[in-house]
Write a protein that binds this ligand. Structure first.
Ligand code: PLP
Length: 426
């Protein structure tokens, strides 16, 4: 009845009326008995269906890749046939790119653990022998990066993740501390803001003088080819930039086909300098006799070449882009004129970041939960799960159907408005 209103400009009486109206809408939402989930960035079944052919590859009589019998042990570097496809896409020389098992997160975990226990090739001592180890964590960021740090007692220092990369003024200061050994970055279509690290910031990261001689950039390029628009953003060449700045061993590049083919049965990649690749292989040889080459081979057969990957990603885009458009449309329609929230319009990747009035994100998530809409816990995108401003919510549009997503987003908007009205009245 009030029509579009900017909450801040309302009189107390109008605010009360606005609140009561939102409360009624929320009570109706609860009555609807929804059971919706927009928590994790999983591909939908429709997306997984795009890779159904993988389930029949390589086929009973196709177990030789060149002279290699992929059924057998061995080959910790991974199959060259698949590495060459991703070397092109990830901009890493093929001899410096390793193909592994199904999860890049495992590779990140292992490189951290090996650095703690053994140190990196240029470490004065194992990281665990230092008084403390600190990582720079641009936030909002990927919660599982932060979980690895927390699990191994690595201190996390938060810096703001801006539209073109981390807040470099803060990073510049932090790297003067010799305990700062690393920074987490998702360079392209970051999780969860969709930010893309600019060439200029990548170049500055590569050239930084750091107090730790073995400072590492954990460059998690999980969404390198996950475009949502015609603009195919190209990731900055961190390997080349670091090498030309005299820090060839600084970047550790990670990627996988989890959101290209099958999320639970894809192939992971690790790329770095020759010294780091040798270091990786030395440790990997102790951990396993070789990766799942049958999986790597069927991926090479299925994807064929870099163009094949990009064409396949187009089909993902056809499924995903309408979902991202629906999220933006509903947020605009329901929240736009109330001036209570802002959100990202990512050009790729898997997430939308929604910013609600400070101090209300946890309340929104709770309201949504009670109405049958599961959201990622508020604060999840921040180190230690604590959003200091309690204002960030991560939306993952990929998994639900378009219809479910629309219902979830509409319900979420009701929760945002109610929480904002409650805060304004408090
Ligand atoms: N890195 C980022 C930034 C992600 O968002 C995800 C999954 O959501 C992963 C890594 C997980 O990758 P993988 O399946 O290769 O372990």
């Amino acid at each position: 009845r009030l029509g579009p209103v900017t909450i801040d400009t309302l009189s107390r009486a109008d605010l009360q009326e606005f609140h009561d109206h939102q409360r009624q809408a929320y009570d109706a939402l609860k009555q609807a008995g929804l059971a919706l989930d927009i928590t994790r960035g999983k591909p939908s079944a429709e997306q997984l269906d795009l890779s159904t052919e993988l389930l029949t590859l390589p086929g009973a009589d196709r177990y030789r890749a060149g002279t290699v019998d992929v059924r057998n042990y061995g080959g910790n570097t991974g199959l060259p046939e698949l590495r060459s496809i991703f070397a092109e896409l990830l901009n890493v020389p093929v001899e410096q790119l390793i193909a592994g098992d199904n999860a890049s997160l495992s590779l990140m975990h292992d490189t951290i653990l090996w650095s703690l226990v053994h140190g990196t090739p240029d470490s004065p001592r194992p990281w665990a022998a230092e008084e403390k180890v600190t990582f720079i964590c641009p936030a909002p960021g990927y919660d599982r990066h932060f979980s690895i740090c927390e699990h191994y007692g690595i201190d996390m220092v938060t810096v703001d993740m801006l539209d073109d990369g981390p807040d470099m003024a803060a990073v510049r200061e932090l790297v003067k501390d010799p305990s700062v050994k690393g920074i987490w970055l998702v360079p392209t279509y970051s999780n969860p803001t969709g930010a893309v690290i600019s060439e200029a910031i990548a170049a500055e990261l590569a050239a930084l003088e750091t107090a730790a001689p073995d400072f590492r950039i954990f460059w998690d390029n999980a969404y390198a080819v996950h475009h949502l628009t015609d603009e195919q953003v190209k990731t900055a060449d961190i390997l080349g930039l670091c090498a030309s700045s005299g820090h060839p061993d600084r970047p550790l590049i990670f990627a996988s086909t989890s959101k290209i083919t099958l999320a639970g049965a894809g192939v992971s990649f690790f790329g770095s300098s020759p010294a780091n690749v040798a270091w990786y292989l030395g440790h990997a040889a102790v951990r396993a006799i070789g990766p799942d080459k049958v999986n790597q081979w069927r991926h090479a057969l299925f994807l064929r070449d870099a163009e094949g990957v990009l064409a396949h990603m187009e089909r993902h885009r056809e499924i995903l882009a309408p979902k991202f458009a629906a999220v933006d449309e509903i947020l605009n329609e329901r929240l736009g004129e109330h001036d209570v929230a802002s959100w990202t319009q990512p050009r790729g990747g898997y997430f939308v970041s929604l910013e609600v009035p400070e101090g209300t994100a946890a309340r929104v998530v709770q309201l949504a939960k009670e109405a049958g809409i599961a959201l990622t816990p508020a604060g999840a995108a921040f180190p230690y799960g604590k959003d200091p401003r309690d204002h960030h919510i991560r939306i993952a549009p990929s998994f639900p159907s378009l219809e479910e997503l629309r219902a979830a987003m509409d319900g979420l908007c009701t929760c945002v408005l109610l929480a904002a009205a409650e805060k304004a009245l408090a």
